[in-house]
Design a protein. Structure first.
Lengths: 115, 115
């Protein structure tokens, strides 16, 4: 079972921000910004590349939930980033879809090839 | 009218990758990776922070479309990033929701506060 499925089942502890029947959100254990939250579907889907048409609404709900969580952390007005890492070249580390909500500071990033 | 609405209306040229009734995808004019495509809703929505519940399916369709476009560029297996910049601190430059599809190389990024 993947580590995020274990978090969903409460077999591994996490700082949970939000939970409903379809989604779970919790603090990233290795934050790269003052606010760094992961929003995941409870359904185990390995990556964006594994999505099917029937997952369309679920993905929309993830985006809308991220917006609401940003509001709850009072960063809506300042702004933030929402990031899906997909596969090896995208830097995905856990094989379960997760949306990074990154904010709490004015952020810059340099995205560049390493190979 | 915002620059992306002008691209939708074909008043400004862009290298269009995909178009349907709801979405448009085109090459970013200032790419930061070998493949850098923007997927936008034809509906003018300023930012993720302006989304309403009725936009849920539209956002899901954007994510599914990004996955399909990645496949059409043969980067599904290697991987890529999907990024929404939201507001000033997220680095959003055009006030019309756009999803960055960034790939074509193994990518690293450093995201850090600048203020």
């Amino acid at each position: 079972m993947c580590i995020f499925c274990k978090i969903i089942k409460k077999e591994i502890a996490a700082a949970i921000i939000y939970e409903d029947d379809l989604l779970l959100a919790f603090e990233d254990a290795h934050p790269i910004a003052p606010i760094h939250i992961l929003i995941i579907p409870k359904k185990h889907i390995v990556s964006i590349d594994d999505l099917e048409e029937k997952d369309t609404e679920l993905m929309g709900k993830m985006i809308l939930r991220a917006k609401k969580i940003a509001g709850s952390f009072d960063i809506s007005e300042k702004g933030y980033k929402l990031l899906f890492r997909v596969g090896k070249w995208g830097g995905q580390e856990v094989p379960h879809i997760h949306l990074h909500l990154i904010g709490g500071a004015e952020l810059t990033e340099d995205i560049h090839p390493i190979k």
